[in-house]
Design a protein around this ligand. Structure first.
Ligand code: 1CP
Length: 345
């Protein structure tokens, strides 16, 4: 049996590492022929609800890419179904809700549940993964705002018009929705940590659609409550990630998390300067650079690494792996990162 590689957890805690840890957001998925084959006979939610298959799908990229962390294969919508809101993940589109939440009555449809009872297969998958893995397992959830983007819009959206009209026009209902989603995600993250997840990432993917002042008014108090509640009940590292967050970085750090995920639009050296030394950083290669000529991609990886000379750094993409990605290129990136000299301070 191989020894446990805890570089990822050490980097989250800003401790020294043997090598710079790397994993890739959306490291399991459509770019993998093995995943596409499994998806021919099972839907995404079938996979999530079948522990041995879900375990296999979670492990696949860890071995192929020599990743320093695994992320539980699931979707941000998994707990939402259990909380009483029906959804469907449509091919080539994403999560869709036929009856989106637009009024106070709709918002009351979001129920608090016992995830131990509702999602026993997720618990079983986490237990199976812990027996198999020699790297840490990351559990995750969608942040309340990003979940609300799907629940209120009814599906993926460009302008978040319904979200914003509820937020500005009916702030009472908006805050009730955020409170309810926050309660649910606190329980869901605790449930994953109790089941064996060794780190937890909160994906606030669409938060960049808000102005900083609106983030502070309509979202940040809920995020703060979420992070504080998890912090009070478990000591697993918390990772906080969003896209298009150049105008929000200080607020994201202030809201919570020991690791802040940075997208590719903000240089890591700038993020480090603005956020200071008391937080770990994760990121931030543009997923599009995986499609670039090798020389260009390698130069950019080197440039990113040269900006991160302190402990408390985890290499990742700035957002999820694109479906047309070649897994061999991701492996080459991981090898390049692993060959670099780890930070010394
Ligand atoms: O059926 C399929 O195979 C479709 C593709 C797919 C996959 C592989 C979806 C639909 N979800 C997933 C799994 C998934 N989703 C994972 C596990 C994979 C891994 O990381 O190894 C994770 C972490 C997620 C999280 C997720 N789902 C986020 C947050 C992360 C991010 O990329 O921003 C979001 C926003 C979603 C919603 C979602 N689910 C699926 C799609 C295509 C989308 C995005 C739709 C949109 O653009 O709004």
């Amino acid at each position: 049996m191989s020894t446990f590689n805890d570089n990822f957890l050490r980097a989250c805690r800003r401790e020294s590492v043997d090598r710079i840890p790397v994993w890739f957001m959306r490291q399991a998925g459509r770019y993998q022929p093995e995943y596409r084959k499994i998806r021919k006979s099972l839907s995404l939610m079938d996979i999530v609800h079948t522990p041995d298959v879900c375990t296999e799908v979670t492990l696949l990229p860890v071995k192929q890419l020599d990743a320093d962390a695994a992320i539980l294969f699931s979707d941000i919508m998994t707990p939402i179904g259990a909380m009483g809101v029906d959804f469907e993940i449509r091919e080539g589109i994403g999560p869709c809700i036929d009856n989106p939440l637009r009024t106070a009555t709709d918002v009351a449809r979001v129920r608090q549940v016992d995830f131990e009872t509702e999602l026993p297969h997720v618990k079983e998958t986490i237990a199976m993964l812990r027996r198999e893995l020699s790297v840490p397992l990351i559990g995750f959830c969608g942040a309340p705002y990003t979940l609300a983007c799907y629940l209120v819009e009814g599906g993926p959206s460009k302008h978040y018009a319904h979200v914003k009209s509820m937020m500005y026009g009916d702030p009472t209902t908006w805050h009730r929705l955020m409170e309810s989603l926050t309660d649910g995600m606190i329980d869901y993250l605790r449930f994953q940590a109790d089941a064996g997840a060794q780190a937890l990432q909160v994906f606030d993917s669409w938060i960049g659609s808000l102005a900083a002042s609106d983030y502070r008014t309509y979202v940040k108090p809920h995020m703060r409550r979420l992070f504080e509640a998890i912090r009070a009940s478990t000591d697993v590292p918390l990772l906080h990630f969003g896209v298009n967050t150049g105008h929000l970085l200080e607020d994201l750090k202030d809201a919570g998390g020991q690791v802040i995920g940075i997208d590719w639009r903000t240089e890591l050296s700038e993020a480090r300067r603005r956020l200071g030394p008391d937080v770990a950083l994760q990121g931030n290669l543009d997923p599009g650079l995986i499609l670039a000529p090798a020389e260009q991609r390698r130069a950019r990886v080197d440039e990113i690494l040269s900006q991160m000379s302190m402990n408390g750094y985890i290499f990742n993409l700035g957002h999820g792996v694109l479906p047309m990605t070649d897994g061999a290129v991701l492996r080459d990136v991981a090898d390049q990162v692993h060959a670099a000299t780890p930070p010394t301070r």
